[in-house]
Design a protein around this ligand. Structure first.
Ligand code: DGJ
Length: 728
């Protein structure tokens, strides 16, 4: 049983195949964290681990615990609350009818059950009975009557655990929630590096790693969306942890709005991590009888370095988060019109694209931005989701029929959350826009944000989308989102509920995505937010792929893809071969094979030689589909660590084949180049498919694959080496 409770010691133990998480209920009814790390075959003595140093006279002594050494201010706590003695960052703060925000939760009871409940209105990992076991602990605040249900779900086969929280106001008066985090993780000591992903538009998901220091640190979003600036993921790597060795704790939040991953290293050098909704500009009124569900945080433990942590996230998210039928169904190889045509297309151009695509072996044409309303540039028409028949003469059905007749599937672009002031929708419903009364609205890319907190707004957009989708053979949708939220307020919410705006916005987006995917389950949904600006687990729940970046330069993409792979599986990474001249087309394809793979270029501008290359790439896409989509990723050399080259490989689960890729970013300083491969079976004999040479897995991993220069042309800027190894 992964979840156990010992009545005698009052200790909960949550075991996976390789990790143990333990905490207990102390005499005051507080949940005290004891241990998280490598699996403990026996937990004898684990109860002693609650002690993290003696408190001094400045720390309040709890009136509920007789032990003079106990203070909420120093004890490692499973779910720390504000105001009753803990002076560190806390997970919950509830302001009651007397106006103070003292919050003090005590244990009331628990239940252990098979499977995993869904989270109301929120994306979350899922598991059938037998795939996971859950623990729900009820805690009560005796003054306000607020009851908290902490939910833990243990994925035994993954070294992973999902956590969330539901609050219920069982008191007689309304309360205001001011901080609601989903999970707290207490790690002893501070000998950790924080690993996280930062970026900006066209530069998403750059890995950063730095040592923890005393005090507050962490990453947050206040943009209404997750944003490219910080991803809702971090890892705490014990100092010395490397790619394949050492301990790492991954924290990933299944949420697409204002998030916070906060850390505090206290004066004794103990580390607290909180994951949840950003408390800035958050306040939620909970009337008696009402409930509030916090988003899910996923924790992963690895003693196989950051690589082991990433592979756990990849498998868990592929099998237990990406709920689309397309998650594990072979996806069509697509060509997208954006970089080739921008807004300048008509039906003829698109049919011609489809013809050219067909000759190359491409399977789907995606018509990007510009097909609706009066949309000739990015200044107008968002919100008017009717087909522009001046551009698409004969209408959409006729265009799709012509494309389908060529044997090509058809996909379409939407930006459902947005509206241009120059649109019929805006002229009809100016109050549907996010805006603060009495203040000017800031535009971004000439657009405003629709108030997704409102059901009438969502109904309208959903209705408009259904109208087009239900009448046409659309098999793919790209859901874009090209601005963040300012003047955040809803004209439909009363003043005392304006603090709910940001979270309600995200719930509204989830509701719309839920409705869309339920109404059209056959459609492959790809998310996008000016590239990878909303690359988060919440979006993965609805769409099995997310456009990773508007930056399609293959060398730049390496940093972006290495970063995204910290948490997200290759099958979710939207990656296309574009017309970027920095490398030849084969290197562009080698990089795009790391992701969903597709094209983003004008097929008529390809040379004959490039067309032959594309046909070979299409064949490779099919040949390596299972390996890259379901295999294990090993990052060998990161582009942020080596100025000259980077390499990575995919290994099939049964270790029967592997695909190794090396990209030379700049001619290396050394001509002697040896790549030590990873993830193979040491005992198997592998054949290099290209040369026929045989190697044992051990030779390739411990000795290495010789990739030294044989002539001066070898190892040139922007070149690549791709090797397919097949076990004999
Ligand atoms: C931003 C996206 O990232 C692009 O791929 C493209 O769809 C444009 N928006 C269209 O406006």
């Amino acid at each position: 049983m992964p979840v156990r409770y010992d009545e005698k010691t009052k200790i909960f133990t949550l075991n996976t195949k390789g990790s143990t998480y333990a905490f207990g209920v102390n005499p005051g009814g507080y949940l005290v964290h004891l241990y998280y790390g490598k699996k403990l075959p026996s937990t004898e003595g684990v109860e002693k681990l609650w002690f993290r140093g003696v408190y001094d006279s400045l720390s309040p002594q709890s009136p509920y615990v007789e032990d003079p050494c106990f203070s909420l201010d120093i004890a490692p706590l499973e779910f720390p609350c504000s105001g009753a003695g803990d002076m560190r960052i806390t997970a919950l703060s509830v302001r009651g009818k007397e106006g103070n925000a003292v919050t003090d939760l005590h244990y009331k009871g628990h239940r252990i059950f098979d499977g995993k409940p869904a989270l109301q209105g929120l994306p979350a990992t899922f598991a059938k009975e037998g795939e996971a076991q859950s623990l729900e602990i009820a805690l009560e605040d005796r003054v306000t009557g607020v009851t908290a249900f902490l939910l833990y779900t243990v994925f035994e086969n993954y070294n992973a655990m999902a956590r969330s929280l539901r609050l219920e106001n069982r008191g007689a008066a309304p309360v205001d929630l001011e901080r609601v985090y989903s999970a707290c993780l207490e790690l002893p000591g501070m000998d950790f590096d924080m690993v996280h992903l930062h970026g900006r538009w066209a530069k998403e998901n750059t890995v950063a790693r730095h040592a923890l220091h005393h005090g507050l640190q962490g990453i947050r979003s206040r943009r209404g969306m997750t944003g490219p600036n910080h991803n809702p993921f971090l890892a705490l790597a014990r100092q010395g942890t490397a790619e394949e060795t050492g301990e790492a704790y991954g924290v990933s939040l299944v949420y697409s709005g204002n998030f916070a991953l906060d850390l505090e290293v206290d004066e004794r050098g103990s580390t607290r991590v909180l994951a949840g909704i950003n408390p800035d500009e958050f306040r939620w009124r909970l009337e008696p009888g009402e409930g509030f569900t916090a988003p899910e945080a996923v924790l992963v433990y690895s003693d196989e370095g950051l690589g082991g942590m990433s592979r756990t996230f990849h498998k868990l998210y592929l099998n237990h988060l990406m709920r689309s039928p397309w998650a594990k169904k072979k996806r069509p190889l697509l060509i997208n019109s954006w970089e080739a045509a921008l807004f300048d297309f008509d039906d003829e151009k698109l049919v011609n694209f489809a013809k050219a695509a067909k000759e190359l072996g491409i399977e789907m044409l995606v018509m990007d931005d510009g097909w609706f309303g009066d949309r000739h540039d990015d200044r107008r028409a968002l919100g008017d989701w009717q087909v522009n028949e001046e551009k698409l003469k004969g209408g959409l059905s006729s265009l799709i029929k012509r494309v389908n007749d060529l044997g090509i599937k058809f996909g379409i672009w939407y930006e459902p959350e947005m509206i241009n002031p120059d649109s019929d929708l805006y002229r009809a419903h100016p109050d549907w826009v996010v805006c603060a009364p009495g203040r000017e609205k800031s535009l971004s890319r000439h657009q405003c944000v629709l108030d997704m907190t409102r059901e009438d707004v969502r109904d309208n957009i959903f209705g408009q989308m259904c109208d087009v989708i239900s009448k046409n053979n659309i098999e793919y949708i790209k859901w874009d989102c090209n601005r963040h939220i300012s003047e955040a307020a809803s004209l439909a919410l009363p003043p005392e509920r304006q603090g709910e705006f940001f979270h309600r916005y995200v719930l509204g987006v989830y509701d719309l995505m839920d409705r869309l995917t339920a109404a059209f389950p056959h459609i492959l949904l790809e998310n996008c937010s000016s590239g990878g600006g909303r690359f988060d687990p919440g979006m993965l729940y609805y769409s099995p792929q997310i456009w990773a970046s508007d930056n399609t330069d293959p060398i730049e993409r390496l940093t972006i893809q290495f970063g995204a792979s910290m948490c997200y599986p290759a099958s979710s990474l939207g990656a296309h071969v574009s017309a970027c001249p920095r490398t030849d087309i084969n290197t562009r394809a080698a990089v795009a094979l790391w992701g969903t793979f597709g094209y983003e270029l004008d097929p008529y501008k390809l040379t004959e030689e490039e067309k032959e290359a594309v046909k070979a790439q299409v064949a490779d896409y099919h040949k390596y589909y299972d390996l890259t989509h379901y295999g294990d990723l090993y990052r060998l050399t990161a582009p942020t660590e080596n100025p000259f080259l980077c390499d990575w490989m995919f290994v099939s689960e049964d270790k029967g084949e592997a695909l190794y890729t090396r990209v030379i970013m700049r001619r290396p300083d050394k001509t002697y180049q040896l790549a030590r491969l990873r993830g193979l079976s040491p005992d198997k004999i592998y054949r290099d498919e290209e040369t026929g040479e045989l190697y044992s897995g051990a030779v390739l991993m411990y000795g290495g694959l010789d990739l030294s220069a044989r002539s001066w042309q070898d190892l040139g800027d922007g070149t690549c080496v791709v090797k397919h190894f097949i076990a004999q």
